[in-house]
Design a protein around this ligand. Sequence first.
Ligand SMILES: Cc1cc2nc3c(=O)[nH]c(=O)nc-3n(C[C@H](O)[C@H](O)[C@H](O)COP(=O)(O)OP(=O)(O)OC[C@H]3O[C@@H](n4cnc5c(N)ncnc54)[C@H](O)[C@@H]3O)c2cc1C
Length: 428
Amino acid sequence: MPPAPSIAGSAFEVRTSVIDFTLTDENRLVQQSVRAFAEAEILPHIREWDEKGEVHREVFERMADAGLLGAPIPEAYGGAGMDYVSFAILCEELERADTAFRVVQSVHVGLNSLALLQWANEEQRRRWLVPQARGEKLATFALTEPGVGTDAANLQTTARRDGAAYRLNGQKIWISLADLADHFLVFASVDRAKKHRGVTAFLLERGMTGLTTGTLHGKLGIRAGNTGLINLDDVVVPEEHRIGEEGEGFLVAMSAIDQGRFTVASGAVGLAQACLDASLRYAHERRTFDQEIGKHQLVQQMIANMAKGIEMGRLLVWRAAWLKNQGLRNTRETSLAKWHATEHSVQAALDAIQIHGANGYSNEFPVERYLRNSKAAVIYEGTSQLHTLIQADYALGYREDRPLRCEAWPAQGWERGNPRRDGVARGS
Ligand SMILES: Cc1cc2nc3c(=O)[nH]c(=O)nc-3n(C[C@H](O)[C@H](O)[C@H](O)COP(=O)(O)OP(=O)(O)OC[C@H]3O[C@@H](n4cnc5c(N)ncnc54)[C@H](O)[C@@H]3O)c2cc1C
């Protein structure tokens, strides 16, 4: 039986720090500029795009022009060197407008570019990370398969050695940006009997023979975003496209997901904030029984629950950001932030519709879109059931974080002022 975890040794140990919730000038600048971007580029069109299921790649191009596709990537690799609180604010503001535009942060930045920063070698970072961080190439992350989601160690896509290359065969499904991306971080097994120890990561490029993509239609939400599939039909992948060692792919995927979940959690706070904003507006305007509905205590209860859940979510996200800024492991804290924020955002969207009455049931108001969008986030990047198990396992001492061969990078600004980070492994 594993030893009972002590409070001092747990991930929730209080680390020495002065807690300061004041936003820095940089945090505020990011908030203002991303909000302005969303108000100009997304909000005037989103109802129509959502209704028609239209994906507008030019918005991603404008995000690239605004430096939003490499925000937390160090300047040396073409990014903006942003700290993780700023990055959380960026994701929150994008999803406050629409989930589809936060999703690009999750897959292009969180799951792909930050994984390359952590696990790719220098040559690979120059070749793939730099154009991604500059927004010249769009990237995604392909783990899920038709038969495998939560049980990701059980991948059926195979990578068979063939001289100095691998041959990849299989299918990936439910992949965000599948039909738009230029680069794909694909996971395949070199030996299925080895389960997670056989999983290996590869960076594939559009145009490789045997790699084709398609779009999934009929989604409940995120209709302004592309979700699709990738077919791998004997794709010859030179070994210099392998990210990390053979059999190290599961660790690459899980550390990438620590970054992706952070963007999902931050975005869910933004979606819940949008629910609250819409509900406050409506509660002041709509009158029943000779008073605005905001005066009714049962409406106030829904408003108060929204405000409570948003604040809790934001605090959990910012704690994860504080750990990330220092390059410290944050799997437990990020999972908790993602679990809480996404579950809360679904409830916030349900309550926002309730506050709007029949009007909430129509796309004349944005709250029905918020509900349809919110539901995906309690499924991807770990279902709520998986996060329940993760939190229980940490609490019971059944799970602990082991050091990785390549640790996550601290935020650029933090690294400059923090000699404690010297000597941390930075990939091969
Ligand atoms: C809009 C959207 C975008 C996505 N984008 C991407 C992407 O870009 N890249 C990518 O790789 N994937 C992506 N996904 C896929 C997503 O990560 C998976 O859907 C998710 O991991 C769940 O897998 P699954 O759908 O196969 O469900 P399953 O694993 O089949 O689970 C089905 C149900 O069983 C429950 N369950 C499973 N195992 C357990 C257990 N041990 N204990 C208790 N309950 C359990 C689950 O919680 C769930 O309720 C996306 C999904 C959506 C909806």
